[in-house]
Design a protein around this ligand. Structure first.
Ligand code: ADP
Ligand code: MG
Length: 350
């Protein structure tokens, strides 16, 4: 188990996994994948562990092939390159994911938007060719952005308006975590962790009978492997983090990150440095947590907390603000232990 410690540091605490390697407790097996531009680490114990891990790994690679915007042969690329207004058969799975993404757009007043693809490209985030586009260029691209440019037809077909392209980067890993969670369940995995970058799912607690411990990365110390705002204890559930620190570039002393505010076409400046959405381990919540972590990062503290209080979706939040506060909603306050050395002013929100 130890050898995965470094990779897991950003999400699941290495110590937890080391502790479960003993012979007296359930043997845990591990698998890794590099997909969706992310190092993914899976652990499982109990049930058909080998089958679960292998099937999960294959599914992660399959989803990478289908949902990537940079692979020319992916289902998403076929849709993006289809002639404008032509219905493209994308299959039930991608259709369902796009339909869900549109629902999250509506629920978040457009803060979540899969049609930002041309804008992300203009900033060079998709192609790793960073640049700062002018406002005129962004305004022109924004005319093609918005959920109303995506049309669902008959359960498997989708068409896009002229100039519109989709990017599922803000939801694909969450969906992948749902797929892996259901594979674990089908194979009777008793204890498991699924770490897909900032997207974590755990089940069954650790083999010693304690909750899993999940480190929430300190956005101010993103370069450090084990620098946390705090530790979340969870037996079964999802925890998904979005933050500007995950992908960014600097030009003329200004930092530009990859989460775009659809209202401006520019990196969101909402006063938040990271958003972690926490929900129970029900399959489907991975997709929800991923969509909402991105959306609430764009919305900022006040709108995010209003959205949480609205009860539209059932989840909890860990927010880190630019002005040095760490906010945790009361549903998970007793599971969260802030790390005092991180120096944030800690508040429980109700
Ligand atoms: P990560 O991919 O780092 O885990 P997110 O889940 O927050 O982080 O997704 C960010 C990605 O989603 C970006 O790289 C971009 O492809 C896309 N994106 C950027 N802004 C938005 C937005 N407002 N709504 C939906 N997708 C977005
Ligand atoms: Mg997301």
């Amino acid at each position: 188990m130890r050898r995965f410690g470094a990779l897991l540091a950003a999400g699941l605490l290495a110590g937890t996994l080391a502790a479960c390697g003993g012979t007296e407790t359930q043997e845990m097996e591990s698998a890794q994948a590099f997909a969706m531009d992310t190092v993914m680490v899976l652990t499982a114990g109990g049930g058909e562990t080998g089958t679960a891990l292998q099937t999960a790994q294959e599914e992660l690679y399959r989803l990478d092939r289908e949902l990537s915007r940079t692979r020319e042969d992916s289902a998403v690329s076929r849709l993006n390159s289809a002639p404008a207004g032509t219905a493209e058969d994308v299959g039930e799975e991608l259709y369902g994911l796009i339909a869900q993404a549109l629902t999250f757009s509506a629920a978040t007043d457009g803060a979540f938007d899969i049609t930002l693809a041309p804008v992300s490209s203009a900033w060079g985030f998709t192609e790793d060719a960073y640049r700062v586009p002018g406002q005129e260029e962004l305004d022109a691209l924004l005319t093609h952005v918005g959920a109303d440019h995506v049309h669902l037809e008959g359960g498997t077909s989708v068409s896009l308006d002229q100039g519109t392209q989709i990017d599922l980067g803000a939801i694909a890993k969450g969906y992948a975590s749902d797929v892996v969670a259901s594979i674990y369940q089908e194979n009777g995995v008793a204890h498991g962790t699924v770490y897909l970058g900032g997207n974590t799912w755990v089940c069954g607690g650790n083999p010693e009978g304690d909750p899993w411990r999940i480190g929430v990365q300190d956005p101010a110390r993103a370069e450090e492997a084990e620098a946390y705002t705090g530790i979340l204890r969870m037996t079964d559930g999802f925890a998904v983090t979005s933050g500007g620190y995950q992908r960014y570039f600097e030009e003329d002393g200004v930092t530009y990150h990859h989460i775009i505010d659809p209202a401006t076409g520019r990196p969101a400046e909402s006063g938040l440095t990271s958003v972690t959405v926490v929900a129970d381990g029900t399959v489907g919540n991975g997709t929800m947590c991923d969509a909402l972590s991105t959306a609430l990062f764009v919305m900022g503290e006040e709108r995010a907390l209003d959205f949480w209080r609205s009860g539209a979706y059932y989840f909890d939040l860990i927010l880190v603000t630019e002005d040095g506060r760490l906010l945790v909603t009361d549903g998970i306050a007793d599971q969260f232990q802030p790390d005092e050395t991180a120096g944030y002013a800690y508040e429980v929100v109700s």
